[in-house]
Each structure stands twice: as structure tokens, then as C-alpha cells.
Design a protein around this ligand. Structure first.
Ligand code: IVH
Length: 671
């Protein structure tokens, strides 16, 4: 390939990969398989190695693809990250201005006024215009190095744009807030519930929890956003006001909150505070106040800081949307994957304009930690749009008649035993036939990633369930068209189509079937591994704990979920019904149980002469083996091509069998 053709191909690949990143990570709706995606990314990586260009810094190869970390390393901030003093009333705002005037002997101070986002503060370091390191605030002196995770945020520039009169400094720290918008957070929470995870209580927790993931691939799938609002140390560039810094940030390509304004005096600051307060509910993200900053940087420097708070800035907080009420009862709700959530039923009360009569108590530990009892007077709060929660009990109001609450040992919906898996806060009902879980279980079963049954979405699933025609996914296969015709909104054609679609789905790939069952912790990827390893349902259902944990990528947590699932008598009955209905999953064709490389895992390093890595991967997989990118104690073979690097050393230290390219070719029968 000549240089021009390569350049075109590189540009094309970057575009295509960015498109698929968005489909996969942000929209959760990939159009191509992981293998196809990997192939594109690998091709781009290979081409970029051969033909490096100036746009590489913003290439998708720089955003995704980093390997998971064992732990975060700590990052010392070149200049400390300060915090903000708070004001809760107009009086305190006026005092702040008066103090500044007195200290600086100035009679008029102008400010920059900014919305205060509720997220996580980060420090970004750019050297010669390139993003080199990013960290959380931590204690203000040292934070956690979350560079790889920050790179996955598409709004974050990997390279400073040269634009306008301000030169790009050789070194600069840029500060801002990583946050999550409310709508995407709700969507994420729905997904988490569907996958059996606890939802995030508020946008702040969501942003923090997403950014502090050891595996950047997880962060990449979280809808994170960023606004930048300050600079730390800067080399060789002079600014005289905070406003100028913000304009430079914008010109350099950083997202800066468009609601930021200048205020000529403290009166305008207060007007701004009120204006933003009025807009707050309509914003797509959560804010908890506004920040006032003295605009003149010389004045800022003169004012300095007391303890961790600069004297030149102030956080004006909106009144907390809290209220006091009484808990009449605590009930337990059962979610889609069987999570039992205790919910406080309260005397209705107005919290920030919304009447609230229920609030989540999260789980048993929370109730014990906060010592919340039935009959207690409690403080509750609503953060933005998010579900109200109980902050604390007012113990001085206790009369002695309050009742302590215990989580039920059986599911309140179906009476099955509940379990609390080790290391988890939530109790769960693991009965597949639990009515509370059932409707969603059925639509999950029929969903696109699962059995992909046309015409069986959430609505129809619920309708069939409510009409008592089905109890569990296996019942679907015993439906007849007369039963469907008796339902509202169903005609001959739709009934026929549904029956046909069900009939057609009777021989699904095993992996799809496993995923469709909705076993906790068994997502599409694990389902594929299980299918490859066990070949059919009987083998999997017979598997013991040790058989499962012996599989690469399956740890004790997943193994426990699988065993518990097939142990539950009602689930056993459902499995028998599937068999009776003639639902027989088929073995996925590529990975054979008795395949020559079954159970063997490979890591490739260095360059191979005779074969591209992508090709090697396909061959290994077709022979039943697995290819991984990192070497661990469980790796069977490390295949070292020429110019093998640190992976080789690691494999040596772990005592892993090393193969040359020639050894590998022999092993796969190519030589
Ligand atoms: S300025 C001295 N500006 O509030 C400068 N902070 O309570 C300190 N925050 O850690 C930061 N929006 O996480 C600044 N427009 C804004 C902000 C903001 C949110 C957060 C930030 C900081 C915390 C301090």
C-alpha cells in the first residue's frame, strides 16, 4: 500500500470506528460483531504504526483499547486543587463581597458566575497540546490517575486545538467537572436494573462510579460528559482574567458551560443565582448552586486561600430539597432480577414542589446504618429528578413505639427463599417464576439479544401474563392462536405471526438461549463462553462449582449464580417445560467441546511473519481455544513473534509455556 492510499484508509477507518464506538458504547446498539470491530481496530493500529500522522492523538485507537488496571496509581497535582466555601443565603453572599472589597481596598469587584455542576472534579494535564494525564481531585494534593478512563469521554479533547491568538502552552493543567446528564442516567439505571445491578442513587455517584472503574471499557459505556471551568499551572502563557481563561478554553476546543456569564457586581451575581435557580429543573444535568469567582487574576492571587478554600470564590448553594415526615410502613419491592428493595411508605410531604410519599431505603445495611424504624420521623430529600431517599431518622422524636425492620427471609411476592450473596448489599429472590420478575423476564427472554422473538415486547409479555396465559418463558411455547385472539388488540394475523415466530425460535444457538434465561451475572459474553464449554444444557446444568470456576473468565460470583439458578426447583420445572415444548438449543458451530484447542488460552505478542494476529485469533477460536490480550496465571500459551515486549517477560515470570511462531503453526496444523 502506498502512503496516500494508507492515509485514506486510516482516515476512513477512524470515521467508521468512531461511528461503531458510538453505536456500541453510547447507544448500546452495536451494528457489527465484536470480532469485526476488533478487526477494524487492529487494522487501524497496524496502519498507524506503519504510517504515523499528526492526527493520531485524536484517533479512536487512543480512546479505547487500554487494558484494565489492577489498581489506580496516585497522581500528585502540580498545583493543589482547592475546594470552595459555601454560602446558603443572600446575606452570606453580600458578606463575601464586602470581605473581598475590604481585603483588596477596592470598591467594585467584578465576577464570573457559573453553574455548579454536581459531578466529580478532575485535573487534566496537557503537554505540548497533548492530553498526557488526568486524575480525580482526591484530597486536593494527590488524586487517582484515571487517564485511560478520561480518554473514553468523547467530549474531552485529546489534543488542544490551535485556534486564534492564544498559543498552546507547553504545559497546562485544566480543571473541570465530569458529570452525567439526567436522562442518560435514567437509561443507565434501567439497564443496571435489567442486568441485576443496583441503580445509582444520583448523578454524582454515577459519574464517580463510572470514572473510577479499573476497566476503561466499562467507563466507555457510561454516558459521561465534561465541562471545563479553570486552569491550574500554565507555562509561557499569560492571562489577566478568569474570563479570558474561559475564552481560551473554548477556543482550544474544550467544552465550557454556555450558561457562564460575567457579573459587574455582587447584585448581578445574586440576580444570576436567582435566574439559574429558576432554570434548574429544566436543565439536562443536575446543579446544586452557582459559583462566583473574582474575575481579576491579580486580585485572586492577592486574596489567596484559607485552609483549602480560595478567598476569591464562593459556592452559593440552592436550598436543599429536603423535608421532614413520618414513616408509616416499610414495604419490600421485588425488581426485575429479583433484587428486594425496602421502600418507606410515608405521610405525603412536599419536597421542593413535588409531593412525595415513598422513598427508597436501598437495602438492609443502609437501614441498619441509619437506624431507621417504622414510625420514625425522618428527613427525606430529592436530588434533582432522582428517586427520593431517606437521609436520617430524627431520633429525638422517638416515642419508644417505633418498630425495627428486618428484611424478609422469603420473597414477599412468591414465597421463595431469598439469598444475600456474599459481598453484596442486596437480598434477592432467585425464583424464575416470581410474578414480580416474570413479566420483564419474559420480555428479556424474547428480546433481541436473547431469543429475538418478533412481536413479543414488554407490552405483549405483560398482557399474556396478566391474562394468566403464561407464567414463565417456557409457557410461551404452549400458546395457541385461539388464546391470543381472545386478547385485546390481537387479530388473526398478529396471532399467527407470534405463533410462527415462537415456532421458529425453537432451535436457538445455545449462547442466545442461555443469555435469554436471564441468569444473574450471565450476560451475552459469558453465555457464549458457557455455550462453547458445555455444548448443551444438560452438561451445564450438571456442572459443579469447580467445573465452572476452572473456566477462564468465570469466577466464584458467576459460578454461584449459575449453580443457584439451576438448583431452584421452579427453575428446574421451567427447564423441563422447555424440553417438553421441543425447545432445543443448538451448539454454537465454531467452538467444539472436543476441539483440539478446547480449554486452551492464548496470548499473542510481537509480530508474526506468516499470519496476521486477527487471522491467528480466528483459527484458535475455530479450534476451540480462546485468545486474550493479557497474560495471567491461567494463560496456557504465550505466542511470541519478533520484537516481543513486556508481555514476554511477564509470561516468563508466570511460568507460562512460550511458543515461537513456528511452534504455534505446528500446533494448529499449518506446518
Ligand atoms: S471551581 C477554587 N467551578 O465544586 C476552585 N468548581 O466545592 C475550585 N464545581 O471540587 C473549583 N462546578 O467539583 C469550580 N463551575 C465550577 C464548579 C465547581 C462544580 C465543584 C468542583 C469542586 C467543588 C468545590
Amino acid at each position: 500500500m502506498d502512503k496516500d492510499t494508507a492515509g485514506e484508509r486510516i482516515a476512513g477507518l477512524r470515521k467508521v470506528i468512531e461511528y461503531h464506538n458510538n453505536r456500541y458504547y453510547q447507544q448500546d446498539d452495536p451494528e457489527i460483531s465484536d470480532a469485526e470491530y476488533d478487526r477494524l481496530l487492529r487494522e487501524l493500529q497496524d496502519l498507524e504504526k506503519l504510517y504515523p500522522d499528526e492526527n493520531i492523538a485524536s484517533s479512536p485507537t487512543q480512546r479505547v483499547g487500554a487494558l484494565p488496571l489492577a489498581k489506580f496509581s496516585s497522581a500528585l497535582h502540580p498545583s493543589p486543587m482547592l475546594s470552595l466555601a459555601n454560602a446558603f443565603s443572600e446575606e452570606e453572599i453580600i458578606d463575601f463581597d464586602a470581605r473581598i472589597k475590604k481585603l483588596t481596598l477596592t470598591d467594585s469587584i467584578s465576577y464570573v458566575v457559573e453553574p455548579k455542576l454536581d459531578g466529580l472534579a478532575v485535573n487534566l494535564i496537557y503537554e505540548n497540546g497533548l492530553f498526557v494525564r488526568g486524575s480525580t481531585r482526591g484530597d486536593g494534593i494527590t488524586g487517582e490517575d484515571v487517564t485511560q478512563n478520561l480518554k473514553t469521554i468523547s467530549a474531552l479533547p485529546l489534543k488542544i486545538k490551535k485556534n486564534g491568538p492564544i498559543p498552546v502552552p507547553p504545559f497546562v493543567e485544566i480543571r473541570g467537572e465530569v458529570y452525567m446528564e439526567i436522562e442518560p442516567l435514567h437509561k443507565l439505571n434501567r439497564r443496571r436494573l435489567a442486568e441485576g445491578e443496583e441503580p445509582f442513587a444520583n448523578p454524582r455517584n454515577a459519574a464517580a462510579g463510572s470514572l473510577r472503574q479499573l476497566d476503561p471499557k466499562i467507563t466507555a459505556r457510561r454516558p459521561l460528559n465534561i465541562f471545563l471551568y479553570a486552569a491550574g499551572s500554565i507555562q509561557n502563557t499569560h492571562f489577566s482574567s478568569h474570563w479570558e481563561i474561559l475564552q481560551a478554553l473554548k477556543a482550544w476546543g474544550f467544552p465550557v458551560n454556555p450558561l457562564i456569564e460575567q457579573a459587574k457586581n455582587i447584585k448581578e451575581c445574586i440576580q444570576y443565582f436567582e435566574k439559574i435557580g429558576g432554570k434548574r429543573e429544566g436543565l439536562p444535568y443536575d446543579i446544586d448552586g452557582v459559583v462566583l469567582k473574582v474575575n481579576d487574576l491579580a486580585l485572586q492571587a492577592a486574596l489567596g486561600a484559607v485552609s483549602r478554600n480560595p478567598r476569591w470564590a464562593l459556592a452559593c448553594k440552592f436550598p436543599a430539597t429536603q423535608a421532614t415526615t413520618i414513616i408509616n410502613d416499610i414495604i419490600v419491592q421485588v425488581g426485575r432480577t429479583g433484587i428486594l428493595t425496602p421502600v418507606a411508605i410515608m405521610q405525603p410531604v412536599n419536597v421542593g414542589g413535588v409531593i412525595v410519599s415513598r422513598a427508597t431505603l436501598h437495602n438492609e445495611d443502609e437501614i441498619i446504618k441509619k437506624d431507621i424504624r417504622i414510625g420514625d420521623t425522618v428527613v427525606i430529600q430529592r436530588a434533582g429528578d432522582v428517586i427520593p431517599e431517606v437521609v436520617k431518622a430524627v431520633s429525638s422524636k422517638r416515642t419508644g413505639s417505633e418498630k425495627e425492620f428486618r428484611m424478609p427471609v422469603t420473597c414477599p411476592e412468591c414465597g421463595s427463599e431469598t439469598v444475600r450473596p456474599e459481598g453484596e448489599a442486596a437480598h434477592r429472590c432467585i425464583n424464575l417464576s416470581c410474578p414480580a420478575q416474570l413479566k420483564e423476564n419474559i420480555s428479556h427472554f424474547a428480546s433481541r439479544g436473547g431469543m429475538d422473538i418478533d412481536g413479543l415486547g414488554e407490552k405483549v409479555s405483560a398482557q399474556l401474563f396478566d391474562a394468566k396465559l403464561i407464567q414463565d418463558p417456557a409457557d410461551l411455547y404452549f400458546l395457541n392462536s385461539d388464546q391470543l385472539l381472545a386478547l385485546e388488540r390481537h387479530g388473526e394475523k398478529s396471532a399467527r405471526n407470534l405463533i410462527d415466530a415462537l415456532e421458529r425460535s425453537k432451535n436457538p444457538p445455545l449462547a442466545k438461549f442461555l443469555y435469554a434465561l436471564g441468569i444473574r451475572n450471565v450476560g451475552e459474553h459469558i453465555a457464549k463462553i458457557l455455550a462453547g464449554k458445555f455444548g448443551n444444557m444438560e452438561n451445564l446444568m450438571k456442572a459443579e462449582f469447580g467445573d465452572l470456576t476452572a473456566i477462564y473468565e468465570i469466577g466464584p460470583e458467576i459460578a454461584t449464580s449459575i449453580i443457584q439458578f439451576f438448583h431452584e426447583p421452579r427453575n428446574k420445572a421451567v427447564m423441563e417445560k422447555f424440553q417438553k415444548a421441543g425447545v432445543v438449543p443448538r451448539q454454537s458451530p465454531v467452538i467444539l467441546n472436543n476441539a483440539p484447542l478446547a480449554g486452551k488460552s492464548f496470548v499473542f505478542t510481537g509480530t508474526m511473519e506468516n499470519m496476521a494476529r486477527s487471522e491467528a485469533k480466528i483459527i484458535v477460536e475455530s479450534l476451540g481455544g480462546i485468545v486474550h490480550s493479557t497474560t495471567t496465571g491461567k494463560t496456557t500459551y504465550l505466542v511470541a513473534g519478533s520484537k516481543a515486549g513486556s508481555k514476554l517477560d511477564k509470561a516468563r515470570s508466570l511460568g507460562i509455556t512460550l511458543l515461537t511462531e513456528e511452534d504455534f503453526l505446528k500446533l494448529i496444523g499449518k506446518k
